[in-house]
Design a protein around this ligand. Structure first.
Ligand SMILES: [Zn+2]
Length: 79
């Protein structure tokens, strides 16, 4: 008999882009870059590169810094 319960035990893990900790996907916040702004992708349905971050003040603050750097380097690239 096929064992269906073994499938249900699969937990998708994502790595926080800041602290590199592996956490259950549903416990992380997913952000995407939209029009040079970082936006929380609540439903995880935006087809852009997502940034997974812990729901943690420190990680969120670091993400903001990281995003600013990414945006700056993008603008520099065009020159
Ligand atoms: Zn983190």
């Amino acid at each position: 008999m096929p064992n269906r319960s073994s499938n249900a035990e699969y937990i998708p893990l994502r790595t926080c882009v800041i602290c590199r900790r592996k956490t259950e996907k549903k416990q992380l916040l997913r952000f995407v870059l939209l029009n040079s702004e970082i936006v929380l992708d609540l439903n995880c349905d935006v087809e852009k590169r997502g940034y997974y971050v812990c729901d943690d003040n420190n990680c969120l603050q670091e993400l903001e810094k990281k995003v600013k750097k990414i945006l700056r380097s993008r603008f520099d690239y065009g020159r």
